[in-house]
Ligand binder design. Structure first.
Ligand SMILES: [Zn+2]
Length: 295
């Protein structure tokens, strides 16, 4: 069942940009801890962060209480767990998210402010660190492209369409982990699913820093799709959410809007099987095409 929780950290004593960076670091840490356990963000639910001025929110909607606990470990981690590598990766994502170049004026000040954020999140009061902004952020849209990821299958049977509909968020998660997260890239939108007469497709736009090698990214995704081993156990909670969670009550309506095909929550849940996932992952055509910047 979904365990949903909102975490709020109001009015931290640092600039918006430092708080935003801290938000990205927490979520990155969570993803790395999943990876260390041989898992990924697919099939676990969602964690979103949002930084408004110097206030940070995390909205966790995870399928299990164990994963909520794992997220809280990442949130309330030791301040020493913020290293240069996770800072650099998170800054690269922020550059793509905002189409900016981030200049770190003082590494030492930035690290001490991030450590202070960690202490405050853990319950400490008072920062005892200079509030000067160590980051200078400049808009540079020319340095970025939009890349459109498409994942397509040519089996348009009702059963295959139901499986694709249930699995496309997981396919996008695996694609993001394998080809976009290691670089300065950030999704612009959620995936858009379309059912055609002769197949199913999901599209997602990413902002990527130039140069971005689309062909290499396609290969990495194809490799991960081939390697992905999904078990009944990994899908159990997703099946249960489709069957019984109130947030999924209207799913047959969304499915009909996209496919003009009737279904029930039970039928959708039955389409969530390891075999169905592997069939899609092995037969999917993956393409990444650049588009000119849209902003
Ligand atoms: Zn962000």
């Amino acid at each position: 069942m979904i365990a949903a929780k909102l975490y709020t950290f109001y009015d931290l004593p640092f600039s918006h940009d430092v708080c935003h960076l801290f938000e990205h670091i927490v979520i990155r840490r969570f993803l790395l801890s999943l990876r260390a356990a041989g898992r990924s963000r697919a099939f676990i639910g969602n964690v979103d962060g949002n930084t408004v001025e110097s206030t940070i929110f995390f909205h966790a909607e995870l399928y299990s209480a164990e994963d909520i606990a794992l997220f809280e470990q990442s949130l309330y981690a030791e301040q020493s767990s913020i290293n240069q590598r996770i800072v650099a990766e998170s800054l690269a994502h922020i550059e793509a998210e905002l189409m900016t170049v981030v200049n770190v004026q003082s590494d030492a000040l930035l690290m001490s402010q991030l450590a202070a954020c960690q202490r405050i999140v853990g319950g400490a009061t008072g920062a005892h660190v200079s509030a000067d902004d160590p980051l200078i952020i400049a808009e540079s849209p020319k340095l970025f492209d939009t890349a459109v990821l498409a994942i397509e299958t040519s089996d348009a049977s009702d059963e295959a369409t139901r499986s694709f509909f249930c699995f496309y968020p997981a396919l996008l998660d695996i694609a993001r982990d394998s080809a976009f997260d290691a670089t300065a890239a950030y999704p612009q939108q959620n995936g858009v699913f379309t059912a055609y007469q002769d197949g199913n497709v999901v599209l997602q736009r990413f902002t990527v820093k130039k140069p971005f090698d689309c062909r290499a990214a396609e290969k990495r995704i194809a490799h991960h799709f081939h390697e992905a081993r999904v078990t009944n156990e990994m899908l159990e909670l997703l099946v249960r959410v489709f069957k019984t969670h109130p947030a999924y009550t209207a799913v047959p309506m969304y499915f009909y809007e996209k496919t003009l095909t009737r279904t029930t929550r039970d039928e959708l849940a039955q389409s969530i099987t390891p075999q169905a996932f592997h069939d899609i992952a092995k037969s999917a055509r993956i393409s990444i095409q650049p588009l000119p910047p849209t902003k």
